[in-house]
Design a binder for this molecule. Sequence first.
Ligand code: NAD
Ligand code: GLY
Length: 360
Amino acid sequence: MQTLNVALGERSYPIYIGRGLLDDGALIRRHIARPRVAIVTNDVVGPLYLERVRTALEKQGVATSAVVLPDGEAHKDWVTLNRVFDALLEGRCERSTTLVALGGGVIGDMAGFAAATYQRGMPFVQIPTTLLAQVDSSVGGKTAINHPLGKNMIGAFFQPRAVIADTATLDSLPDRELRAGVAEVIKYGLIRDAEFFVWLETNLEALLARDAGALAFAIERSCANKAEVVARDETEQGERALLNLGHTFGHAIEAGLGYGQWLHGEAVAAGTMMAAELSRRLGWIDDVVVARIESLHRRAGLPVQGPRLPLQTYLDLMAGDKKVEGGQLRLILLRAIGEAVIHADAGRDAIAAAIDARCA
Ligand code: NAD
Ligand code: GLY
């Protein structure tokens, strides 16, 4: 097992990464104040892993209850979130009950938002079961639900007490979901870790083949990158925005097509290629760099072009991005592999041209 730390003063917490951690009730118990938990999961992950987590906790004397939500990004909404509150209230869960998220990023984001707001905040533990959640969404305390007009628009910053990433859960993850997670892994290489990008160029096939060593390394390196950024800028006043490379374009794809049509990681991949295209047009990176980024995404089986939505749809949805400040859209662009910047002056025409060049 590897342990990393997210350094946030008295709200610091560990990220545990290893095989078989789901069954380690004592490890989970260490991060639960009172011996009562409510586990939020969905109807895909629940049948696979819920009983194991319950058994492990109950052996430690922890009383458990479960809330099983419908699966999918299309359910990351108020109606489904309210089912968590219904279950917590019906079960007379107290403020000291710990909420445990068992699932991918959709469950983690929704359960986290529920934990942030139920009785004004209850302890929260993340048990991420997708690659994307293990390398990104379970770390850093962003919680949210979607709105038809924008992705993750309603939410809160609320840090978990611990992140317990059992890499053995990835054995059951469908290939397409694994690949979607790789998009967020590539992101870290692109924004701040050129050496990791080169490692990915060499080891991508091992990662896709779920080689245990490659997976453990990629998860640990991704989390280390994220933990460092979050520790410096928890609430995204500056540097944390870099973690959104490709996301402004990608969120427009997800909302524009209807949530759940493209996976989040797929939309991020196409969005990253749009950001690379715009960076190339600004003269910051050259064709060779764009080709390297494209090649890695292609090898990962990720889309390198977005869907041909009307350009105005892209621009309208992007205009509602959370990084808009004073009406001005701020995009994350690339100065080099391993160096991202926040840029507010690309201009509507250049942005539209880059999107147009990267739509199929
Ligand atoms: P997801 O949660 O929808 O999970 C993907 C699919 O895999 C689902 O069908 C799920 O039920 C299934 N699944 C999960 N674990 C499994 C397992 N071990 N075996 C078999 N099937 C399994 O999607 P995701 O890619 O994990 O997360 C995407 C979400 O994360 C998006 O909503 C995105 O906005 C959010 N996100 C949040 C942050 C953040 O910082 N909070 C960062 C990145 C992404
Ligand atoms: N996934 C972007 C962030 O956590 O800031």
